[in-house]
Every structure is written in structure tokens, then in C-alpha cells.
Design a protein around this ligand. Structure first.
Ligand code: NAP
Length: 267
């Protein structure tokens, strides 16, 4: 891990958005970051499942932190809707009241694991995958930046990436190519905007619904074997453990702009 700048101190009021916060890693990150937020902080949790978002909200709310949920399909949300959701969450307050503006782009899906890479031709399906995992992540990020455009030095962005963004994994062409594109977008942004803190955090193999889906859907034998052995050997991480590491890395400030930091990297 590159060593750079100073610790991030969130003890003043912060605005914090977490996408994909209804379960898994997103829920765990929301809970972990909520503990660090100072008085008069506000969180906005996004995903489709309202009931599960409410569960996450209940785990995050405290004397310091108010939580707003919005059940939105981020694969189809227009840019106008995204801006309305962000502004709606803040309504009654001014953006300059917040000392920090954080966004965790955690939302993600696996794509089609039942097609060989050499046979991919369903562009409509691929486009839908890219809508959720790449294009709409970029446009949500852009709406967030527009909202805080006069206060860019307050902005902190965490993209939840994967080893698959930098290392090919047979049977996961949708996922690997999407993660690579998404990570590179955030790296380019970090290159251009040195005043914004950008971290690409790779959580390691984590016990969530996503792992169940790999085992149910993958046709690539090696992929199935890798994930079966993760499960059988008990090497899958708990969401809470990797979420703690993510927040620790973030608050340490010890990462270069847009750096890919993995759960297993040395501290
Ligand atoms: N699990 C792992 O081993 C692992 C490893 C490396 C990286 N990651 C990354 O970590 C992130 C979280 O993964 P996870 O394992 O926690 O997955 P998960 O349990 O499947 O959670 C995915 C989250 O995304 C939300 N979501 C999915 N489609 C959505 C849509 N159309 N609109 C809005 N929200 C949507 C889901 O909520 P709703 O269904 O309520 O919408 C859910 O909250 C992903 O970016 C993933 O690629 C995971």
C-alpha cells in the first residue's frame, strides 16, 4: 500500500451515501462507517429492497447519524432521478453544512456466468450489465460531484472493486471486464482531481449472496472449484471483517489517488 497523506477524521458532520446497502458487503460497510460519523451526520442508503434497507438503516442510526433510504433500481434510474434522490436526502440542509461528503459505490452484480466467453454475443444483456455496474455508477458519481462541486476537497469516494478488475478469472467475462472498466474510471478521476480522495477497495472473497449465485450459475468448472473450495475450507470472509478493513484503510489515508487496495494487502 502506498503511504501518503494524513488520517481522515470524520468527527464533524458528514453526508455519506452507500449503494447496494440492503445486504452483504454494502450493509456491513454502512454499519461500520456509521460508527465513525460525527454529530449531525446524514446517511443515504440505496438499493431496491426497501425492507432490507430499513434493516440496515436501523443498524446505522444513532444520536449522531440520521439515515434516509431510497428504494431505487440503479440500473435504470435516470440522472435526474439520481440528483432528485441526493437532493431529497439533504433537503432542509445546505451542502456546506457537511465537512465531508462520502460515497461508497458498492452496488454490483455478477453478470451471465452461464455463457462461455468465446460465445458472448448478447449485446443487449451485456449492455444491461454495464448499465448497472459501470454506466450508472459513473452517472451517480457525477451527480454526487455536481452536488458538491464547490466543495471538492470535502469529497471522498470509495469504489468497491475486486481482484477480478486486475486479474482475469475464467467464466467471469462480464464481471471482470465491468470491474476493470469501473475501476479505471475512478483511477482516471483520481488522476484529474487530486483534491478528491478516491480509493478502490477490493474486499477479498466474502460470504454473501453473490457467492451463492456463483455456485448456482457458473458453468466454468475451474470457477466452480475455486468457489467451492473457498466455501469448504472456510476461507470466505465475513462481510463485517472486510468492511472494518475498508473503513480502516480509508480513515488511515494511506493510499495513493485511485489506488487498488486489497483486503489481503500488507498494512
Ligand atoms: N462477495 C464477494 O466475494 C465479493 C468479492 C469482491 C468484490 N465484491 C463486490 O462487492 C460489492 C457487494 O457485493 P456483495 O457480495 O455484497 O453482493 P450482494 O450480496 O449480491 O449485494 C449486492 C447489493 O447490490 C444491490 N443491487 C443489485 N442490483 C441492484 C439494482 N439494480 N439497483 C440497486 N441496487 C442493486 C442489492 O440490493 P437489492 O437487491 O435490494 O437491489 C445488494 O444490496 C459488489 O460490487 C461486488 O462486486 C464482492
Amino acid at each position: 500500500m502506498a503511504s501518503s497523506s494524513t488520517n481522515i477524521d470524520l468527527s464533524e458532520p458528514s453526508f455519506c451515501v452507500v449503494s447496494g446497502a440492503s445486504q452483504g458487503i454494502g450493509r456491513a460497510i454502512a454499519v461500520e462507517i456509521a460508527k465513525c460519523l460525527g454529530p449531525d451526520s446524514l446517511m443515504l442508503l440505496l438499493a431496491r429492497n426497501n425492507e432490507e434497507l430499513a434493516v440496515t438503516a436501523g443498524l446505522c442510526e444513532s444520536e449522531n447519524v440520521k439515515v434516509v433510504c431510497n428504494a431505487v433500481d440503479l440500473s435504470t434510474a435516470t440522472e435526474e432521478l439520481m440528483m432528485d434522490i441526493l437532493q431529497g436526502a439533504i433537503s432542509g440542509r445546505q451542502v456546506d453544512e457537511f465537512a465531508h461528503a462520502l460515497i461508497f459505490h458498492n452496488v454490483g452484480s455478477l453478470g451471465n456466468l452461464a455463457i462461455e466467453t468465446s460465445r458472448m454475443e448478447n449485446i443487449q444483456e451485456l449492455r444491461k450489465y454495464y448499465d448497472l455496474n459501470v454506466f450508472k455508477v459513473i452517472s451517480l458519481n457525477t451527480q454526487f460531484l455536481k452536488l458538491f462541486e464547490e466543495f471538492e476537497e470535502k469529497v471522498i469516494i470509495v469504489n468497491i472493486t475486486s481482484l477480478c478488475a486486475i486479474k482475469p478469472m475464467g467464466g467471469m467475462a462480464y464481471y471482470c471486464s465491468g470491474k476493470a472498466a469501473r475501476e479505471m474510471y475512478f483511477r482516471v478521476l483520481a488522476e484529474e482531481k487530486k483534491q478528491i480522495k478516491v480509493l478502490n477497495y477490493s474486499p477479498g472473497p466474502v460470504e454473501t449472496a453473490m457467492i451463492d449465485n456463483v455456485l448456482e450459475e457458473a458453468i466454468n468448472e475451474n470457477l466452480r472449484d475455486v468457489f467451492t473450495s473457498f466455501r469448504n475450507q472456510g476461507t470466505l470472509l465475513k462481510p463485517e471483517i472486510t468492511a472494518k478493513k475498508c473503513v480502516k484503510v480509508l480513515l488511515s489515508g494511506k493510499f495513493s489517488p485511485g489506488e487498488h487496495v486489497d483486503y489481503f494487502d500488507d498494512e
